[in-house]
Design a protein around this ligand. Structure first.
Ligand code: TNX
Length: 529
């Protein structure tokens, strides 16, 4: 009949056409780019596809190889990389290096351009998120690799976009750190802060003070076996991160949060504390000054989750010898500009002693050519030029930093802490700061969050994952995802471009990617997954 003919004709016409693509602005790109201008065509990645590099340098070849490696497993295509004309073009343009990039998708070519390799890398991440989610598969999928045409222009809102892993409360293996770095890279984060020491564990080998890891690295929260990174492990992490344009910031938390070091070396302990002016109980009313010089007992290893009970002896030279040795070794392994000196919750350090300590430690960091980052309390001391205060709790400390002409890294515990429970039923996490549902981690603006702290005072945004309740990869994934993606967008995208309604749709697409990646993310009830 005529009707059958019409149906058959319609079917055969549609099967002859190029497969349709999702328009670029509905593809689910996270973080949302500065601008997306979709056009109505499609680009299809064919089995013969190749990558063309325009420009020169090792970094360019590296991102070329990265793109090919990213596309090969799921497509099964060969995807050679060369300077010959190709379907996927990576162009390093001249000009001052910036993270800004353009992705120009026409029906016969995709061109990513930037003045830096980092920018090209971000363009690659955007392109991958514009492709069908099947690209996440690690083995060949038979499908049409089609994307919508158009132009994407993009650049980050903040220079520092970070996440922190607390490898001290529970040790995290090199393999799991790398897995986390992969996700960070795909979300355009550029700083990984490693919290390498705390009361419950010392996690980085220091050759001049070997007992730190021999003793202080043994245990972790709950009394299970701890662990530590050898210097080779640490270098491997630094390299893996740097290949993804991520800079490692190592933290040695001090003078509080130091029980593991105090258990390893008795001489770092404050020892006998004479109450000011009250020596009446000393033998025959005479002060036995000898006792002040005697080595105190080492602290006991600690596997609980209380904070604020430990402190280095801030008045002994040995402490500064120790700190200098540690910083010196760390600096040799750390190409990035920052050393994080902790400084939080030093509740048993006298205020004056705390200030003296923080100022001296900053001097050591400066002497070795690096800048200090510290938790916001360090702003109660005199900050060295270029030191950064990491805001987590107290606005007044952020103001102190600003008044000294120093920048602030925004990690408000009520929004940016990945260890906070989503709600009272979350199987892991703490809730001393807040319950943080996905929309809470998304709906805030770093530039207006703290009174008196404006965009120009802010270096960037960091999402810390404390691990008191988090013991393995599955726990990390449940707490970090999907919130890490929300915080990536807070750090990268402008306030004008961000909208929860739109993000909630894009994160559902990201969820399909995570499912393919085997990432056990939290299925927030705020999203139609
Ligand atoms: C406070 S935030 C801490 C950490 C804990 C965290 C748990 C900060 C600078 N200090 O020692 O792990 O709360 O949420």
């Amino acid at each position: 009949s005529l009707w059958t003919f019409a149906v058959v004709a319609a079917l055969s016409i549609s099967s002859c056409q190029t497969p349709s693509a999702v328009p670029l602005d509905e593809a689910g790109i996270i973080p949302i780019p500065s601008s997306i201008a979709p056009t109505s065509g499609t680009f299809e990645l064919e089995p013969s596809a190749s990558i063309q590099l325009i420009g020169s340098g090792e970094d360019l070849s590296r991102v070329g190889a990265f793109l090919a490696d990213r596309l090969r497993p799921a497509t099964g295509f060969e995807i050679p990389v060369s300077t010959e004309s190709g379907d996927l073009v990576l162009e390093l343009t001249s000009g001052a290096a910036s993270e800004k990039y353009t992705v120009d998708i026409s029906s016969d070519q995709v061109k990513i351009s930037s003045t830096s390799a980092a920018g090209l890398y971000y363009g690659i991440q955007t392109l991958v998120k514009a492709m069908p989610v099947a690209i996440e598969n690690t083995s060949k999928v038979d499908t049409d690799w089609v994307i919508g045409t158009g132009i994407i222009e993009d650049q980050p809102e903040f220079a520092y976009r970070g996440s922190m892993l607390d490898v001290a409360r529970h040790f995290i293996s090199v393999e799991d750190v790398k897995h986390y770095i992969d996700q960070m890279g795909s979300l355009k984060f550029n700083f990984l802060h490693l919290h390498l020491s705390d009361d419950q564990g010392w996690r980085i080998e220091i050759k001049s003070w070997p007992k730190l890891t021999e003793i202080g690295g043994k245990t972790e929260v709950g009394g299970t076996e701890g662990g530590f990174f050898s210097q080779e492990d640490y270098v491997e992490i630094v390299k893996y991160a740097s290949d993804r344009f991520i800079t490692v910031v190592p933290e040695i938390d001090m003078p509080g949060h130091t029980n593991a070091a105090l258990a390893s070396y008795a001489e770092l302990n404050p020892g006998v504390n004479l109450p000011d002016g009250d020596f009446s109980t000393m033998s025959e009313g005479k002060i036995d000054f000898d006792i002040l010089d005697k080595n105190p007992e080492p602290a006991e290893l600690y596997t609980g989750i209380e904070v604020g009970f430990s402190t280095f002896a801030t008045n002994k030279e040995i402490t500064y010898t120790f700190v200098e040795d540690v910083i010196k070794e760390l600096v040799e392994l750390t190409p990035g500009p920052y050393i994080h000196i902790g400084g939080d919750e030093s509740h048993v350090t006298e205020k004056d002693d705390y200030i003296y300590f923080v100022e001296r430690v900053q001097e050591i960091v400066t002497k070795y050519g690096k800048k200090s980052i510290g938790w916001d309390e360090i702003a109660t001391a005199k900050l060295a030029p270029g030191s950064v205060a990491q805001f987590w709790a107290l606005e007044e400390n952020a103001i102190l930093a600003k008044e000294q002409g120093n920048q602030i890294l925004m990690s408000p515990a009520k929004r940016a802490y990945l260890d906070m429970q989503y709600d009272s039923t979350s199987r892991l996490g703490l809730h001393w700061a807040a319950y943080i549902e996905l929309d809470d981690s998304y709906n805030w603006d770093p530039s207006t969050y703290a009174d008196g702290i404006n965009k120009t005072d802010i270096l960037g945004v960091e999402a810390p994952l404390w691990t008191e309740t988090i013991a393995n990869r599955s726990d990390i994934e449940y707490m970090a995802f999907p919130r890490l993606a929300a915080l990536a967008e807070v750090a990268w995208s402008s306030k004008e471009r961000r909208s929860w309604d739109d993000f909630s749709k894009r994160i559902a697409i990201q969820g399909k990617r995570w499912d393919i990646n085997g990432i056990e993310f939290y299925r927030s009830p705020k999203v139609l997954w």
